[in-house]
Design a protein around this ligand. Structure first.
Ligand SMILES: O=C(O)CCC(=O)C(=O)O
Length: 291
């Protein structure tokens, strides 16, 4: 976290304006960015909910947490969405891997929350030029517990502690060991089909969902190909744009069908690998969803 993100050239920007790019580098986030129509986002939500209906309940915690784009072919397409990738390219350059993706779903009137934390503390990645595209598949409003960020906090790494607080959506209830003045936070309010972009070092979190609708967001983690995994086990990723001249990550499978046996076997292998690690290192995404 100590190395500040090097701004990618704004001259060749594909989607973001020069102001948007500078704002991202200065504040550690940028929003809202329209990725698709509201109708298209609702169609994706329908696909998720049809699956949930067919299997008689919400998507399993284990599945929603890790590389969910390998489980559903429609999420595989979403991580390749050109609007998302154009904006990400404007921030981290043209050679892009999708390292992971996680659903953050809060049911209506769900007490689940996300404590203030910085992803860079847990992910074991070698550099700071890592960006999350958080794509809304339902309205992400303040009552629904939209994600909140603390501007410019990506420039200062903080110590964290594990709280294991009930209803905390993070695996160990990780939180920064400094008092955050809530008044300085910005609510990333999004319509379905919009996304926010946030830096791996930014302090972020979210409040419970007090609305009558679910809050559904897909957090997609993008890294430039030069990044290495320096703490966790050998890791995989998907090249979504450009070329990978480094090969630091194994190539993840391409899903041919939803929940293909090959992908499920990969998921089990990932969990076996992670369960052999010491507690505290067992979740490279740093996330879990409680329900
Ligand atoms: O969806 C949320 O409320 C939190 C998301 C988050 O922590 C992340 O995307 O890193």
């Amino acid at each position: 976290m100590s190395v500040p993100l090097t701004a990618h050239s704004t001259a060749s920007a594909k989607l973001l304006s020069p102001d948007a790019i500078s704002q991202y580098h200065r504040d550690g986030f940028y929003f809202p960015i329209k990725v698709m129509s509201e109708a298209a986002a609702c169609a994706l939500r329908d696909r998720l909910e049809s699956y949930e209906k067919a299997q008689g309940g919400p998507l399993d915690q284990v599945y929603r947490r890790h590389k969910v784009h390998l489980l559903f072919t429609w999420l595989w397409q979403l991580i390749h969405n050109p609007n998302i990738l154009d904006a990400v390219e404007d921030l981290i350059g043209p050679n892009i891997l999708c390292w992971s993706s996680s659903f953050f779903i809060k049911e209506a009137h769900d007490p689940s929350f996300v404590s203030w934390h910085q992803d860079a503390t847990y992910w074991g990645l070698s550099t700071d030029d890592v960006v999350t595209a958080w794509v809304a598949l339902s309205p992400s409003t303040i009552p629904a517990g939209a994600m909140r960020v603390v501007p410019r906090s990506h420039l200062t790494p903080f110590e964290h502690r594990d709280t294991f607080a009930p209803n905390n959506m993070l695996t160990r209830g990780q939180e920064v060991m400094v008092d955050i003045d809530d008044a300085t936070a910005v609510d990333l309010v999004l319509r379905p089909g919009e996304m926010s972009l946030h830096h791996v070092g930014i302090v972020h979190g979210s409040e419970p969902n007090q609305s009558d609708d679910r809050r559904i967001g897909l957090a997609i983690r993008y890294i430039p190909t030069h990044v290495r995994q320096i703490k966790g086990p050998q890791d995989g990723a998907t090249l979504v744009r450009g070329v990978d001249a480094f090969g630091h990550f194994d190539k993840d499978l391409t899903p041919e069908t939803d929940f293909s046996p090959a992908v499920l076997a990969l998921h089990h292998r990932i969990f076996d690998r992670h369960s052999k690690l010491a507690p505290g290192k067992s979740d490279t995404s740093g996330k879990a969803a409680a329900s």
